[in-house]
Write a protein that binds this ligand. Structure first.
Ligand code: A3P
Length: 292
């Protein structure tokens, strides 16, 4: 594990080619040896790619579309964040089946048993230009504690230099892309979910073995629309605010649009992003990046 500096102090460290929060580094042995179950459902993403949105869709599909139950409990309790200290690996390990687990770790850092237990895994990609905008607002406006004093432009540059948490983005998504044809993997994009919600929700439902009618798709769409998720406390990480970890008055559900990067990114960052897409991604993946 290599020390890694970001801002004033080293809160990130490198591990097996990835830049990761220092708080994760004491638990690699437990992460790699974690007991995976065949009936687990995992959502694996680079942060800010639509994780929470897809988690909520999966939760409804796995719980008879019980929107009331979904709204009552924080998503981190219903669908825990694997490598984060809350709930923690031990509590997740003891959760009754079928477990719903979210992770931002790339495939190569997930538990060893993933390879042969083959749980259901949904991997989501999003245009990196929108990811970086969303990530900046989340890390430096929503969260309170990240020690970085740079500008938005500086943050974007760090992203293109692979120096933000869970980066390199291109390496993470290339690993997801390589797994896309595995029978236990469903590979989705944020943009496809935005533009073809009915189709993608049905794909997720079929993948989970929980087929849905058109009327049920409409109910899921209603509960999981940006507007209703914005109003829903259980998916807005309000408990981070109560715990002093996030700023009150800054919404987790920020904008929810495809192409918002056009309102934020400089020509220089767009150029760096385009270079990254053109040179670092597998050639057959490039056309799957929706760049509008
Ligand atoms: P923006 O910051 O661009 O608004 P994650 O859950 O992986 O952290 O991703 C968060 C991003 O997904 C945020 O993007 C958030 O607004 C967006 N998002 C969450 N729920 C959404 C929904 N129902 N519809 C559209 N976008 C959604």
């Amino acid at each position: 594990v290599e020390e890694y500096s970001f801002g004033r102090r080293a809160w990130l460290q490198k591990y097996r080619g990835y830049t990761l929060a220092s708080i994760f580094h004491s638990q690699w042995r437990d992460i790699h040896s974690f007991d995976v179950r065949e009936d687990d459902v995992w959502v694996v993403t680079f942060p800010k790619s639509g994780t929470t949105w897809v988690q909520e869709i999966i939760y409804l599909l796995m719980n008879d579309l019980d929107t009331e139950k979904a709204s009552k409990t924080n998503i981190d309790d219903r669908f825990p964040y694997f490598e984060f200290p809350y709930l923690g690996l031990k509590a997740i390990e003891e959760t009754p089946s079928p477990r719903l687990i979210k992770s931002h770790l790339p495939f190569s850092l997930l538990p060893n048993q993933m390879k042969y237990k083959k749980p259901k895994i949904i991997y989501i990609i999003r245009n990196p230009k929108d990811v970086v905008v969303s990530y900046y607002f989340f890390t430096l406006k929503f969260l309170k504690l990240v020690p970085f004093n740079g500008s938005f432009e500086d943050y974007c540059r760090l992203f293109t230099e692979d120096k933000v948490s869970y980066g390199p983005w291109w390496k993470h998504v290339s690993e997801g892309w390589k797994m896309r044809n595995e029978p236990n993997v469903l590979f989705l994009s944020y943009e496809d979910l935005q533009m073809n919600a009915d189709k993608v929700i049905k794909e997720i439902a079929t993948f989970l073995g929980k087929p849905v009618t058109d009327e049920q798709v409409d109910r899921i769409k209603k509960h999981c629309s940006f507007e209703s998720m914005q109003q829903n406390k259980s998916v807005n990480y309000d408990w981070l605010k109560d715990g002093g970890l996030a700023n009150k008055g800054v919404p987790f559900m920020r904008r929810g649009k495809v192409g918002d990067w056009k309102n934020h990114l400089s020509a220089d960052i767009v150029k760096k992003m385009d270079e990254m897409i053109a040179t670092k991604l597998p050639p057959d993946m490039i056309e799957h990046i929706t760049d509008t």
